[in-house]
Design a binder for this molecule. Structure first.
Ligand SMILES: [Zn+2]
Length: 445
């Protein structure tokens, strides 16, 4: 249609455009609608404005359907105008009443909403663009486009024969890669990441991805640089859809540098790989709990509770009660039951005569039991302060090899442990890596 549009959130513009008494200068109306366009209006505001508009529409104007008498035609042919309005609804169930408030009669609002509803998600915001025509005083439904946040939805329009025609809109979700750079502040990785706007849900995965290369507590300091890349699905309007996914993490300290890429080899679990396609995972995670502070190292010490000098056979990580604790390596739970000193304790046995022990848990992961196989990084329980041998919330973590306690912090990264991808998997990895590197290069150019 070639009729002028009025597209505005402001009902005053509508009132002017629709006033049957006024001969309207559409250019002026369009300019003023542009000026009055409201940005980022909330649902409440939209509904409020719609209410005001509805009130205006329901004035006793009630013009009859185009009375094109010869006299009227001679002076002013009633101009057909199309008026478009964008509405944000909290969910699809609001559509019918919104159409009514907008000015459609109950019968038409019900029919149009019924046509659109099957294409709309039951939950989640709906964006509706409604177009109506006015010829003389009569208001007529012309077109509705109602879409979900992923841009899927339906278009309902009034056909030539007066029936409603409905077509579906396909989802338009694309993926973009976002690259971010940051510098460690003197406080924590968390605050350093938040400072540059890293999505909260990526902070823990970042630390876990690099947990095999860095002990964030001991080896990362203020001024060290980090970089990350993540994938984010966006709809046709560029709005984020669903959770972001971390693709790349790197850290550069004075002593060393490491960069890891997420990759899922065919038929296997996803994991982190260095730039040459070697798996980053090693026999043990160095820190089986997030954001922890080492409060007591392995070695002889005077025990604060037992009051005599003895071997502290593990490392203490102080962390708030409820902080998740991870299985340091894949293995089988051999015990998940309390003892008087260790409180709630988990023991996991691993390959090559290795065993890890976790003390003082506030609680076990739901359903955790002896005999259960666990993957590396699997949550086995939560930090607490249970048992007699503890003075505050922390994880006491032990590593035993062939029944001998060893210092978990002396287990050094060993590149020879890293297995490299080969063949088709290596080629697939290189594609994933190169796509991320291209985004990183664009970001820094
Ligand atoms: Zn301890």
């Amino acid at each position: 249609m070639s009729e002028p549009f009025v597209n505005s959130y402001d009902p005053r513009v509508w009132a002017a455009a629709w006033s049957p008494q006024r001969s309207l200068d559409m250019r002026e109306a369009r300019r003023s609608s542009g000026r009055r366009q409201l940005v980022g209006i909330g649902v409440g505001g939209a509904v409020l404005l719609m209410g005001a508009l509805g009130a205006w529409l329901s004035r006793p104007a009630g013009q009859p359907v185009v009375a094109a008498s010869g006299e009227a035609a001679a002076t002013a042919v009633p101009e057909t105008q199309t008026v478009r309005r964008t509405l944000l609804l909290a969910n699809a169930s609001e559509l019918e009443s919104a159409l009514q408030r907008f000015g459609l009669d109950a019968g038409m609002a019900g029919k149009v909403a019924a046509e659109a509803r099957p294409a709309l998600a039951p939950d989640g915001e709906v964006r509706a663009v409604l177009e109506v025509t006015r010829a003389g005083g009569a208001l007529q439904f012309y077109r509705l486009q109602a879409s979900n946040s992923d841009s899927s939805g339906a278009v309902v329009r009034l056909g030539e024969d007066g029936r409603l025609e409905t077509s579906r809109l396909a989802a338009q979700v694309s993926e973009k890669i976002v690259v971010m750079h940051g510098i460690m502040d003197g406080d924590s990785f968390y605050t350093s990441a938040v400072a540059i706007g890293v999505p909260n849900s990526l902070i823990s995965p970042f630390a876990k991805a690099l947990a095999f290369d860095f002990d964030f507590q001991r080896e990362v300091a203020a001024g060290d640089a980090f970089e990350l890349a993540y994938a984010q699905s966006v709809n046709a309007s560029g709005e984020a859809q669903g959770a972001p996914q971390l693709l790349y993490a790197s850290m550069t300290t004075q002593a060393k540098s490491a960069a890891v890429y997420r990759f899922t080899p065919g038929g296997e679990e996803e994991g982190w790989y260095d730039a040459s396609g070697r798996t980053v995972a090693r026999s043990l995670m160095r820190t089986p709990v997030d954001g922890a502070r080492i409060t007591s190292k392995f070695g002889m010490r005077f025990h604060p509770v037992l009051h005599y000098t003895r071997l502290h056979g593990g490392v203490d990580f102080a962390a708030p009660i409820g902080t998740p604790i991870y299985a340091a390596a894949a293995g089988t739970v051999t015990s998940a039951s309390p003892s008087s000193c260790a409180g709630n304790m988990v023991i996991i046995s691993h390959a090559n005569g290795m065993e890890t022990r976790y003390f003082h848990l506030s609680r076990y992961a739901e359903g955790l039991h002896a005999g259960e196989p666990v993957a590396q990084g699997f949550i086995i329980g939560y930090v607490g302060t249970t048992g007699k041998c503890t003075t505050g919330p922390h994880l006491h973590y032990e590593v035993h090899i062939n029944d001998e306690k060893i210092d978990p912090l002396t287990i050094q990264p060993d590149a020879s442990e890293r297995q490299s991808l080969t063949g088709a998997q290596m080629r697939a990895f290189e594609q994933v890596r190169d796509r991320i590197d291209v985004s990183r290069a664009q970001e820094s150019s």
